[in-house]
Design a protein around this ligand. Structure first.
Ligand SMILES: [Zn+2]
Length: 141
């Protein structure tokens, strides 16, 4: 019986560590500016739109549409080898920012620009989780 090799887990710090800790706690959160209302990603201490320091984590819907994707045939990380060929998708979230995640729940042939998708989170450790995107059957195409 062959055991699946573990995936490489980065060691983020600062706001990136906070982002992944929220994911590991089961919450997809991005930085929200209370001054101008913009939600942005990657996380910053100051609002990228207005420069305000009044920026906090806020949960988002997890819903979005596929903006782009790429398919990996030769993994650098052996932890992903059992999933070959696997797709990395860039999703424009309903709140605006784009997030990167792994594709699951349908074949790579099902990937389409603007396809409605929904995020799920899967823990790799107590402080790190991966984002997966699957077709959102409840959304209208
Ligand atoms: Zn702002």
């Amino acid at each position: 019986m062959s055991e699946r090799p573990p995936k490489m887990i980065p060691d983020p710090d600062g706001l990136n560590a906070e982002f992944y800790q929220h994911l590991a706690d089961g919450n997809l959160c991005l930085r929200h500016c209370d001054a101008c209302g913009v939600i942005h990603h990657p996380p910053k201490y100051l609002c990228a739109a207005c420069g305000s320091e009044d920026v906090h984590w806020t949960p988002i819907s997890g819903k979005g549409r596929i903006f782009s994707w790429t398919i990996t045939h030769r993994p650098i990380d052996p932890g992903w080898a059992p999933d070959l060929p696997w797709a990395t998708v860039v999703v424009e979230m309903d709140e605006g920012p784009r997030l990167v995640g792994a594709w699951r729940g349908a074949s790579n042939d099902a990937l389409r620009l603007d396809l409605p998708v929904r995020a799920t989170l899967e823990n790799e450790s107590e402080s790190f989780a991966l984002i997966y995107f699957s077709p959102d059957a409840e959304a209208s195409a």
